[in-house]
Design a protein around this ligand. Structure first.
Ligand code: NAI
Ligand code: MG
Length: 339
């Protein structure tokens, strides 16, 4: 029995999370869900988007399954995602981008997992303006790369590759120009690669990597990179396989692990029963994989891929003529998971 904090989220969140829970439970793996609020739903009840009791629940369980949250505009609220990242040191953002058969995408051979460092680099938050003559004359952002921060995310990428029987880790950097920061990241990667002789190690410069990912995406397997590069490349990879409604991500930390879709709360389609539940269902599969429940994760992956390929029990974003809703698609996937 796994104890998990369940955050239904805002907008389309509650309906897609209901479908995802149905599918995850269909594997037979036992879960005890502790449902907690965050985002706008929490602002209405607790006057904060990230209530203390939600944080405490995650701290105790160390696992969270999270629907998309609407970011409150104004009111001085801090970003929930940033708050959770800091609170639980969610240092690795893991995003698989694997082609789905039956979709009209440019490629059908993409199988890339991006492991993005999620706490340092140019997103460390050390930024300021420099003023002169009563106006801003310059601005500076400082990129911070630490040995400890680099080691933990690169080790995670190698271990992930090994556990998931992947062959190659490519470290992406810009060490020809940013010699200190990205150079340190690269040096640590090279040292660490010696501990993993069973995994092929390569490095690529970010700009060359972006071009190659579009021209020959099949040469990439696991990618490990710094915060800014990873932010961009993981969206690029998601775009290669069909984008938003299908892509899931895991945030792996020292204090907890949190699984979610890449997309947001989609207020424009909320309440219409047409949101595609696949991204959060795949996030559920990632959670099972993280727990070592590999058979259960595979069953979900198989069922989702079959349903998408057949193009019948799918929401209208995947088949314009379809009358199938969020709930019906979730139930069909769950039925196939049960076998
Ligand atoms: P969004 O991802 O919610 O929507 C972008 C477009 O994609 C919309 O047209 C939407 O209808 C469509 N879409 C998204 N998910 C879909 C799904 N599962 N099935 C079918 N269509 C789908 O991005 P947007 O509109 O920029 O943001 C809305 C809210 O979500 C904002 O408050 C934003 O801050 C928040 N957000 C939260 C995230 C999180 O909690 N991890 C991530 C991204 C945005
Ligand atoms: Mg991003």
């Amino acid at each position: 029995m796994y104890r998990v904090t369940l955050i239904p989220g805002d907008g389309i969140g509650p309906s897609i999370m209901e479908a995802a829970v149905e599918v995850v439970e269909a594997t037979g793996v036992k879960f005890e869900w502790d449902t907690r609020l965050a985002g706008m739903a929490a602002v209405e009840k607790f006057d904060t988007p990230i209530p203390f009791e939600t944080i405490e629940s995650i701290r105790e369980r160390k696992l969270a399954f999270k629907g998309p949250l609407t970011t409150p505009v104004g009111g001085g609220f801090r970003s929930v995602n940033v708050a959770l990242r800091q609170e639980f040191e969610l240092f690795a953002n893991v995003r698989p981008a694997i082609s789905y058969e039956g979709l009209n995408n440019r490629y059908n051979n993409v199988n890339i997992v991006t492991v993005r460092e999620n706490t340092e680099g140019l997103y460390s938050g050390v930024e300021h303006f420099i003023k002169g003559d009563g106006k801003v004359i310059a601005a500076e952002s400082i990129s911070i790369i630490t040995r400890a921060g680099s080691e933990r995310v690169i080790r995670y990428a190698f271990d992930y590759a090994r556990q998931n029987k992947r062959k190659r880790v490519t470290l992406v950097h810009k060490a020809n120009i940013l010699k200190c920061t990205t150079g340190l990241f690269l040096e640590i990667g090279k040292e660490m690669a010696k501990e993993y002789p069973d995994i092929e190690f390569k490095d690529r410069i970010i700009d060359a990597c972006a071009m190659e990912m579009v021209m020959n995406p099949e040469v990439y397997d696991v990618i490990v990179t710094m915060n800014l590069f990873g932010d961009i490349l993981s969206d690029l990879a998601a775009g290669l396989v069909g984008g938003l409604g299908l892509t899931a991500g895991a945030n792996i930390g020292k204090g907890a692990a949190l699984f979610e879709a890449v997309h947001g709360s989609a207020p424009d389609i909320a309440g219409k029963n047409i949101a595609n539940p696949v991204a959060v269902i795949m996030a559920g599969a990632m959670m099972l994989e993280h727990l070592g429940e590999l058979d259960a994760a595979k069953k979900i992956d198989r069922a989702v891929r079959d349903v998408i390929k057949e193009n019948k029990f799918v929401t209208p974003d995947l088949n314009k003529a379809s009358k199938i809703g969020t709930k019906e698609m979730g139930t069909e996937i769950a039925r196939r998971v049960r076998g």
